[in-house]
Structure formats: structure tokens, C-alpha cells
Ligand binder design. Structure first.
Ligand SMILES: C[S@@+](CC[C@H](N)C(=O)[O-])C[C@H]1O[C@@H](n2cnc3c(N)ncnc32)[C@H](O)[C@@H]1O
Length: 378
């Protein structure tokens, strides 16, 4: 499992607890853990209407913000780390920058984006002229406002006046925001058509949804539509083709959910012992980011008798690539060293078709990691 991508500010827990009126230790009280299990039961039952309304209950929203907000944040960091050239073009040159989260709930990915910028380049954070959250859930927006107030006295964030708007996100698609983030929102929306996608005007669009088969196949047509409209996909696909995933398979990644000590306590007390938290996500912009021969690593390394196996996808072909112990050398060891989600360049001496057929990386082939900002090792 990769190391944690940690962009939480030092004040993270104090800030959240203050906004939710929690004292240290309250996170493992029944007042939080009971609504948390109600939420899980509702999500597992799979009724989108129920799922959509459950966060209107203030207790459920409080539990969600306490637990899931922290768990969700690194999913965005995971993807942004792997979109560096695009991030440079979209963010670094803007004299001012506007970001919006559509279906923001407590503002999860808005905060996550701000925390990322603070580590990535505080000058870009200083140029952020607008941070908006749009949601039709008043309870969620109240919590988002509380969190916004708590950020005002924190270094680097004082200039921000996040703007929370009650309403349907569909009315904000054509806004002049540079970055638009959909987080766990599209899955609970049903679409008769995808005409709405044509209204999107931003420079960068980020989609993050639960890492399940159903969620992935729900958002996949949105990917195809954006690509038809001339958008480039910067994560995860490394070329513009129909996605090779079969209906029973799905493109997903995972982060470690045991990031904060209080999350570990909550997880332990509620019997959530699996550290992996899956997600599916896409990043789109107007910038092409991939060279030829590039592949995305879709799985961690599986070792079988000193042979390394992992799923790779070049946006057109998905393969379980094999690096046998006799073929392993310095030129291809990035296949072993890379972490899930990294982009790698694979050059095959005998040609790509030979690899597509055999699935074997040979000793004369080269593998290089071609993106990831903060290298983490498995
Ligand atoms: C599962 S929550 C996710 C909240 C936050 N983005 C996160 O990931 O933690 C989905 C949010 O989308 C909001 N939502 C769903 N459909 C919406 C719509 N058509 N207009 C505005 N908000 C919507 C819900 O009210 C809810 O707060």
C-alpha cells in the first residue's frame, strides 16, 4: 500500500471539531458512530433517493463531515499529484483563479483543493479570488459556512471568503470558474441525457466518485461525452479511446483511509478494519498531457515467485503485465517501484504488439515513471 498523501494542515482536527462542536473523544461517541452506521446502511441499500436525502439529517451530516470528509480529501490529492504538467498550465499562469465544487456538501473537495494549493504553491493559493460551493442541502451548507469561518484566522487562508450557494448545481455549469469539482455527486444524480455536459466552461474539470462498478459505469459516459467535445483526459487514461473496461470491471484506485489518528479511533470502534478506500475519478482539461507509450498503473504489485504482476492500461488496452525474475533489471525496475496510479512509459524492443500478445515485459524493455509529484514507495 502506498504511503499516505498527506496534505492536511496541522490545524485540521481542531478546525473540523470546532465547526462541528465536538470535543476530542466525541468522535467515538454514539452520537457520531450511530449516524455513521445509519449512513453506511443507507448507501449499501443502494436507493439513490434515500442516499440523497440521508445527509439532510443534521446528525448524519455531522458524522459524515467528521469521518468521510477526512477520508475523501486525499483522493483529490492523489489525482492532482499525477496531473502536474496540466496543473502548471491551468493554475500557475492565472492572474487570479476561481474554483467551485458542485454538490459540495460540507465543502469537502473545496477544502481539499485549498489545502493542496497551500503545499503545492502558496502563491497560487494567494491568487485564488473565488472559492464557491453549490448544494441544495441547507444543513450541509451551514456546516460548510462554519468551516469557512474557522479558516479565516488560519495563515494563508485569511484572504478567502468562500461563497456557498444554495441551489441546483446544474445552473452553475456555465460559470466562469477555472476549476470545477464534482465529488460524490454525479453518482446520486440520474441523467436522461448528457446534454448538460456541453454547458461546462471551466479550464479543468475533476470528477471523484465512489470506487464501485456501478459508480464507474455511471460516470464513464460523461468521460466519453467530454472527450467527444474536445476535452483531454489527463487522469487516468493516457490516450483518447473508448475505455477498454468490460461492464463487470471498473477503473479505480485507493487511498489509505487511516490517515488521521481520530479516524483510526473511529474506524477501530466501528469495526471498519479495511484501510483501503476505493474511488474512481477523472481529470479533464484543454491540455494534452501524454506522450506515446504511456500507461497507467491500475493495481499494486502482486508478487508470485519473484515475478511481479500488475494491471496497466494505456486508455485503449488493459493488460495484466508480467515482469519475470529473469527479465528484471535497472532499466525496467520502475515497473516494480511505481505505485498504483502512477503513469509509466513502457518501451518494448519487440514492439507494443508483442507485449499486447504476451503481456511480458522483457529484459531489453524499459519502464520509466513519467508523472507523480511526490514519490511514494510501496
Ligand atoms: C454524497 S454528498 C457529497 C458531498 C461532498 N462533495 C463530498 O464528497 O464529501 C452529495 C452532495 O451533492 C448534493 N447534490 C446532489 N444533487 C444535487 C443537485 N442537483 N444540486 C445541488 N446539490 C446536489 C447533495 O445535497 C449532497 O450534499
Amino acid at each position: 500500500m502506498p504511503e499516505l498523501l498527506n496534505r492536511y494542515p496541522d490545524f485540521y482536527q481542531d478546525w473540523v471539531f470546532e465547526a462541528l462542536r465536538l470535543r476530542p473523544g466525541d468522535e467515538i461517541s454514539d452520537a457520531i458512530l450511530e449516524p455513521l452506521s445509519r449512513l453506511s446502511r443507507t448507501w449499501l441499500a443502494g436507493d439513490p433517493e434515500e442516499q440523497r436525502s440521508c445527509l439532510k439529517d443534521p446528525e448524519a451530516l455531522r458524522a459524515y463531515t467528521c469521518y468521510y470528509m477526512a477520508i475523501n480529501m486525499p483522493k483529490l490529492w492523489f489525482m492532482l499529484d499525477r496531473c502536474q504538467p496540466v496543473l502548471e498550465s491551468v493554475l500557475a499562469e492565472q492572474p487570479e483563479l476561481k474554483v467551485a465544487e458542485l454538490g459540495c456538501g460540507p465543502g469537502t473537495f473545496l477544502w481539499s483543493f485549498l489545502f493542496y494549493l497551500q503545499v503545492w504553491d502558496p502563491r497560487v493559493l494567494a491568487r485564488l479570488s473565488r472559492a464557491s460551493g453549490i448544494d441544495d442541502n441547507t444543513t450541509a451548507l451551514e456546516t460548510a459556512e462554519n468551516l469557512a469561518r474557522g479558516l479565516r484566522n488560519r495563515d494563508g487562508f485569511a484572504h478567502l471568503r468562500p461563497n456557498f450557494i444554495r441551489g441546483n448545481w446544474r445552473r452553475h455549469l456555465g460559470s466562469d470558474d477555472d476549476v470545477i469539482i464534482f465529488g460524490n455527486t454525479l453518482t446520486e444524480s440520474s441523467f436522461k441525457t448528457l446534454d448538460w455536459v456541453e454547458e461546462l466552461q471551466a479550464k479543468m474539470i475533476i470528477v471523484i466518485e465512489p470506487g464501485t462498478v456501478d459508480s464507474f459505469h455511471h460516470i464513464r459516459p460523461i468521460r466519453d461525452k467530454l472527450m467527444d467535445l474536445g476535452w483531454h483526459i489527463n487522469f487516468p487514461c493516457t490516450s483518447h479511446h473508448p475505455c477498454p473496461m468490460k461492464p463487470t470491471n471498473w477503473c479505480h484506485f485507493h487511498i489509505n483511509r487511516f490517515t488521521r489518528p481520530y479516524i483510526q479511533r473511529m474506524s477501530a470502534k466501528s469495526g471498519r478494519l479495511n484501510p483501503r478506500h476505493n474511488f474512481s475519478g477523472f481529470v479533464f482539461s484543454r491540455h494534452a498531457a501524454h506522450g506515446p507509450d504511456e500507461w497507467r498503473l491500475l493495481s499494486t504489485l502482486r508478487r508470485v515467485k519473484r515475478t511481479g504482476i500488475r494491471y496497466v492500461c494505456d486508455g485503449e488496452h488493459m493488460r495484466a503485465a508480467v515482469l519475470g525474475r529473469r527479465d528484471k533489471n535497472d532499466a525496467n525496475r520502475d515497473f516494480i517501484d511505481a505505485v498504483i496510479g502512477d503513469r509509466i512509459r513502457m518501451r518494448f524492443e519487440a514492439g507494443k504488439d508483442a507485449f499486447l500478445k504476451s503481456k511480458h515485459i522483457r529484459s531489453e524493455d524499459t519502464v520509466d515513471i513519467t508523472d507523480t509529484w511526490s514519490r511514494t514507495r510501496e
